[in-house]
Write a protein that binds this ligand. Structure first.
Ligand code: C5P
Length: 225
């Protein structure tokens, strides 16, 4: 059967990864969460105090960063590894979330991540989610979905997720962070977050995960057949 590339972009906490993961499972495709890659790079930069305005330091740091995804059988999804360390939990922490968008504006960081993402998609049969997948990473992707959702719905969903591990988290803090990341992502110079001209918008504010999957799966099947 013909294999395609599915690019899923959109604002923060719109459920892109959930959709991408479900689609990949249904189609038996590889799922790649590119946000996890930028988050892992952020962990390295924070740990090593890399100055975000020092190109030489940034290039040296990138030479020491090895990223890979390893499938976790218990969870049924892949974990992010940074230099052979499982950083899947660490990359979701607030400190990383607060810094990742600034680090993601750096040209060298983007080139580093995009080159690896393009390599992963060479064989097609991939669902990749991020901010610039349909515009920069795979401008020729057969299916591009731009996911959106009402900001308060997004905050509510994120809160339910985070409160499990962080009892101090507030909805206000989450909202502020989401809006700030969306602003940085949409206004940065290199590969800003925007809908590709040929992307289909999927607003999931008031539909269930199952309904969202059914819609996207239909689009995918139309392109595969
Ligand atoms: O998807 P997630 O929220 O985990 O991504 C974390 C951050 O990484 C985003 O807020 C964005 O700044 C950055 N990112 C990016 N390009 C991508 C994926 C993520 O700039 N393709």
């Amino acid at each position: 059967m013909k294999k395609i590339i599915i690019a899923i972009d959109g604002f923060s906490s719109c459920g892109k990864s959930t959709l991408a993961k479900q689609l990949a499972k249904e189609l038996n495709y590889v799922f790649v969460d590119t946000g996890a890659m930028y988050r892992a790079i952020t962990v390295y930069f924070l740990r090593n105090n890399i100055a975000t305005d020092n190109t030489k330091q940034i290039n040296q740091a990138l030479q020491h960063i090895h990223l890979n995804f390893i499938f976790n059988k218990e969870k049924g999804s892949s974990d992010m590894y940074l230099n052979n360390e499982n950083v899947e939990l660490l990359i979701r922490e607030m400190l990383v979330t607060q810094n990742v968008s600034n680090i993601s504006t750096i040209k060298e960081v983007r080139e580093f991540a995009v080159a690896q993402q393009q390599q992963m998609g060479k064989a097609k049969g991939i669902v990749m989610d991020g901010r610039d997948i349909g515009t920069t990473v795979f401008p020729d992707a057969e299916l591009k979905i731009f996911v959106t959702a009402n900001v308060d719905v997004r905050v509510e969903r994120r809160y339910k997720e985070l409160i499990v591990t962080d009892a101090t988290i507030t909805k206000e803090a989450i909202k502020q962070n989401l809006l700030e990341r969306d602003h940085i992502d949409s206004t940065r110079e290199i590969s800003p977050l925007k809908k590709a001209d040929d992307a289909i918008v999927l607003d999931n504010s008031f539909i269930t995960r199952e309904e969202q999957l059914a819609i996207a799966l239909q689009w995918a099947k139309e392109r595969i057949n």
